[in-house]
Design a binder for this molecule. Structure first.
Ligand code: HPA
Length: 275
């Protein structure tokens, strides 16, 4: 098993004695959110031993370390997907790197399709729970007991306190924030209308090709997780045709709003910590 420790050492060296506390993963079309980070240092993934290579348009491939709303953050500008051909277990190393260098909170962002008319494109939806429809897990294979348990409890996969803070933050800055259940499909194809109808019956509100593996690795590590999707389209059968370009454009459109929400959340996190 390739270890995350050399990559964590590179991050610690770059962080100059002020290690990150919150890890952030930016989804498709959301890379510009890293522009909110001040005093930032960007480390290309090639310089982080063991990091896979991103191949998807809209995923930059840098780890940005810096200050945001009084919080030290490490932000993955670009993520890895199983549909790119990565082994699911390869997705663990970047998240463990964040954990090893001091992140005890992980904020995931992603693009998603909506199964609900009440959550149209442009909406922000916070994950209340997920369904893993992929049939794979990044935690399969030998377990390193020094990292986490073999069998991970997922009763509170998305941390209730962090979710409450995000709702408070959204109210404070007058940004609408829905709650929804995310279903992880492997991709890279979009779903069929029949699959979407079935997923709605199963209880899913939104659908995407990411986020769940990172949540699983983070919960295994013991990090607290929150996740927010930007709705980029109605799911298959609810609109005519689906395009990745649409995902990138909707992500760009939501960047200022999601950036302000994260900023407000991080400043509350700071306040919550110091009280
Ligand atoms: N399906 C899966 N993943 C997605 C979608 C979708 O409709 N939109 C953005 N990511």
């Amino acid at each position: 098993m390739t270890t995350h420790k050399p990559a964590a050492q590179v991050v610690r060296d770059a962080a100059a004695g002020r290690p990150p506390r919150v890890g952030i993963v930016l989804g498709s079309g959301l890379a510009d959110i890293a522009g909110f980070i001040e005093q930032s240092i960007a480390i290309p993934y090639e310089d982080l031993p063991g990091f896979p290579v991103t191949t998807v348009e809209g995923h930059t491939g840098k780890l940005v370390i810096g200050d945001w709303a009084g919080t030290r953050v490490a932000c993955m500008q670009g993520r890895f997907h199983v549909y790119e051909g990565h082994d699911p277990t390869d997705l663990a190393l970047p998240i463990r790197t964040l954990g090893e260098c001091g992140c005890d909170i992980l904020l995931l962002t992603c693009a998603a399709g909506s199964l609900q008319q009440s959550m149209p494109p442009g909406s922000l939806v916070m994950l209340s729970d997920h369904i893993n429809w992929s049939g794979v897990s990044p935690l399969a294979g030998p377990n390193d007991n020094s990292i986490g348990p073999r069998f991970v409890d997922l009763n509170r996969a998305y941390d209730p306190e962090l979710r409450a803070l995000l709702h408070q933050s959204a109210r404070e800055i007058s940004v609408a924030l829905h709650d929804g259940i995310y279903i992880w499909c492997l991709g890279p194809n979009f779903e069929t209308p029949a699959e979407i109808r079935a997923f709605r019956t199963l209880g899913a509100d939104i659908v995407g090709m990411s986020t769940v593996p990172e949540c699983l690795v983070a919960r295994h590590w013991g990090m607290r997780v929150a996740a927010i999707s930007v709705i980029t389209n109605f799911a298959a059968g609810m609109q005519e045709e689906l395009f990745h370009e649409e995902t990138l454009a909707a992500g760009a459109g939501a960047t200022p709003r999601l950036g302000r929400l994260i900023e407000s959340f991080l400043s509350r996190l700071n306040t919550a910590d110091s009280s």
